[in-house]
Design a protein around this ligand. Structure first.
Ligand SMILES: Nc1ncnc2c1ncn2[C@@H]1O[C@H](COP(=O)(O)OP(=O)(O)O)[C@@H](O)[C@H]1O
Ligand SMILES: CC(=O)OP(=O)(O)O
Ligand SMILES: [Mg+2]
Length: 396
């Protein structure tokens, strides 16, 4: 048997999944969290779905990997013996990385250098890589970048209209994120409708905690809603998405906020949370159902923003063949799916209310037979996509 370990590291946590290289079955998955805090935690789920949790202090990512290895050993899995490679999610690859890449010393230096363009993500990704390389020194480690899929965007999509020399010097441009998910879903959708991805104009809505949309033309990203950082675009759980940049300056000058405070405001205290006091979409929907005005407005703004991107991408693609919803909200909220695509019959987009509310889980159609555009729900699987890309690089 051979397996790939996929690691998605955050600053104080990491998620992992062990995936069988041939069958693509998940052999185990888990989460190590609150790294560096007095009480950390680890949860491990084995192939049979059996879940074990423990609480203990986990001083750093290296200690976290030791906890993960113990969990594997306790469930009778010899990870080291079966492992052929480790795939790492790296959020920011800048304009330097447009393919999954074997992690050498130089690649690590590059990921570190790109931290300025993703201060919340890349340092954490790097900490995970360093710890994983210590834990598994004998296999290849591969970086799979969130930005890579969007490297096909044309300059008109990725260029901000600011001083060109300054932008060049500081690499200020749009990179786009969630590329692993957008790519996975675009390919899965093409397979589902039985047409070559090259022939399709697609819009993918990745609506999770972080949320972004992507216009995919013939399998290539031509535009996406996130920009230089994962803050631009849609309304998210705690992030504002698009905002007039003058608001930032105004708040600094008039409300006396520092740059760091504005950063925290827009990334951590805005979006659904800022509007309604709730960052989790389920809670916002429940509150709106109960008549909470702030929650209703939060939903209205969320839907309005998503619809404006639908309009933009319809035009950019000169029409669309497939629209896919994915991630936590996209896969689970019939209400938001129907609101985002409401009243677009004249554009050939018609949702079937029965199909839209079906409890089915897998990839499925939610548009009517008459709908010219096929609307799908496609569960994303970033870990599987990372495992596939990792194996492709190491030749597994
Ligand atoms: N049944 C549901 N209805 C509405 N929203 C849901 C439902 N289930 C999950 N969500 C929302 O999905 C979001 C999390 O999405 P997910 O893709 O898991 O996020 P991430 O991977 O970015 O943490 C949360 O806002 C959560 O409320
Ligand atoms: C890049 C990004 O926003 O990722 P996430 O949705 O995991 O926060
Ligand atoms: Mg996610």
């Amino acid at each position: 048997m051979s397996a790939v370990l996929v690691v998605n590291s955050g600053s104080s946590s990491f998620k992992y999944q062990l995936i069988d290289a041939e069958s693509e079955v998940t052999l185990a998955s888990g989460l190590v969290e609150r790294i560096g805090e007095p009480t950390g935690g680890a949860t491990h789920t084995d192939a049979a779905g059996e879940r074990t949790s423990l609480e203990l202090e986990i001083v750093d990512h290296t200690a976290g990997f030791a906890v993960m290895l113990e969990a594997f050993a306790a469930s009778g899995v010899d990870v080291v013996a079966d492992l052929v490679a480790v795939g790492h999610r790296v959020v920011q690859g800048g304009a330097r990385f447009f393919e999954p890449t074997i992690i050498t010393d130089l690649v690590r230096i590059n990921i570190d250098e790109l931290s300025g363009l993703a201060p919340l993500h890349n340092p954490a990704n790097l900490a995970g890589i360093i710890a994983a390389q210590k834990a598994f020194p004998d296999v290849s480690h591969v970086a799979v970048f969130d930005t890579a899929f969007h490297q096909t965007m044309p300059p008109a999509s990725y260029t901000y209209a600011i001083d060109a020399a300054l932008a060049e010097k500081y690499r200020v441009r749009r990179y786009g994120f969630h590329g692993t998910s957008h790519r996975f879903v675009a390919h899965a959708a093409a397979e589902f409708v039985g047409r070559p991805v090259e022939d399709l104009r697609q819009i993918v809505l990745h609506l999770g905690n972080g949320a972004s949309m992507c216009a995919v033309d013939g399998g290539r990203s031509i535009d996406t809603s996130m920009g230089m950082t994962p803050l631009e675009g849609l309304v998210m759980g705690t992030r504002s998405g698009d905002i007039d940049p003058a608001v930032l300056l105004y708040l600094q000058r008039r409300a006396g906020l520092s740059a760091d405070e504005v950063d925290t405001l827009l990334n951590k205290r805005s979006g659904l949370l800022g509007l309604s006091g709730r960052g989790d979409m389920r809670d916002v929907q429940t509150a709106a159902d109960a008549g909470d005005e702030a929650a209703k407005l939060a939903l209205d703004v969320y839907v309005h923003r998503a619809r404006s991107y639908i309009g933009a991408y319809l035009v950019e693609l000169r029409g669309v063949d497939v629209i896919s919803f994915t991630a936590g909200v996209g896969e689970n909220s019939p209400l938001l799916r129907s609101r985002i695509l409401a009243g677009l019959e004249s554009f050939g987009i018609e949702i079937d209310p029965v199909l839209n509310t079906s409890p089915d889980r897998g990839a499925r159609v939610i548009s009517t037979e008459n709908s010219r555009v096929t609307v799908l729900v496609v569960p994303t699987n970033e870990e599987l996509e990372i495992a596939r890309q990792t194996l492709a690089v190491v030749g597994g």
